[in-house]
Design a protein around this ligand. Sequence first.
Ligand SMILES: Cc1cc2nc3c(=O)[nH]c(=O)nc-3n(C[C@H](O)[C@H](O)[C@H](O)COP(=O)(O)O)c2cc1C
Length: 330
Amino acid sequence: MLSPLTLRDITFNSGVIQGPLAGYSCAPFRRLIWQHSQPAFCYTEMLPARQICIENGNINRYTFKHPDEGPLCYQLSGCSPEYLAQATQIVDAMGADCIDLNAGCPKPKIRKKGHGSALLAHPDQLYQCLIAMRRATEKPLLLKIRVDGNSAERNNSKVAQAALKAGIDGLVIHGRHWLEDDSTPCSYHQAQFFHEALPNIPIIWNGDISTPQSIKHITEATGCKHVMVARGSMGRPDWIHSLMHPSVDPASSSLARSAQWLKQHLDDLSTLEPAGRVYYQSRSIVHYYAKHLPLSEGIYLKQLINQADTLIKIINNLNNLIQDLDKQQL
Ligand SMILES: Cc1cc2nc3c(=O)[nH]c(=O)nc-3n(C[C@H](O)[C@H](O)[C@H](O)COP(=O)(O)O)c2cc1C
């Protein structure tokens, strides 16, 4: 069973967190999540600590927190304790409600720099990073990792020791090894090790959650009372709400709702990025809103975006569609 998450002296309103999604989980996406789901908090996408320090407080698409958003966890990546400490102070001052270190990213270009999941094999370095962040903020500090899974690596124990010694407030475990993809079932049993190694720290489970039934199954199998979900909300900002309230019949995706969500997403993005960039991004963003619709409606929504040659035309097309669908409802 899920229960509301408490980190340090803050109790959040739920036990479900919206996880980080590089390239996607910026403020426009998160504002929609807040309007339609209200999880415990949302994550920013992964923010390179060095970049945050170089830009020194610059508000942009990656760092902007919308006034309408609920609590927000800024996720940092890096392996330099100095940059991570400074970046922690910067995002703390920007209004972070919690701060997380990414020690799970499996991407070769991230691992090559010693960031993300590469930190797991270097527990001393991981500790230095975490303690530097710990000393830089009073806000809740989280660590997001991948587990040993079915690999021959045996990092879980040293990672847990480093996290405990540094004084983190919450541990997010994606229940797969960094070399394992979605086709590999998560290693549920490894959660138990972290409960024992970090008995006073909430362990937040991530991976394999798709339905209210899977939450029930996973919370029973892992003993975790808190979960993080990520991709399921893409194009469906009310998805977490339907996970948390299974008795309420979720309003199924309709063309009108998806068009409105997409329009708000693109309008908000336009306040953070040049129109040309939003125009190109709209082609990948529409894919997520379209995929939850009946096939013909999804194709129609994609055509509206892909046939327009400017962002203004895209927004006009969406406005016209929303008005037409409104009239049909009268
Ligand atoms: C496109 C994409 C981007 C992601 N970006 C991040 C990231 O920036 N930081 C991170 O810790 N995990 C990132 N993840 C991993 C997710 O947060 C999550 O751990 C993973 O997708 C499993 O959860 P899910 O099955 O609920 O999606 C990303 C995953 C995807 C698919």
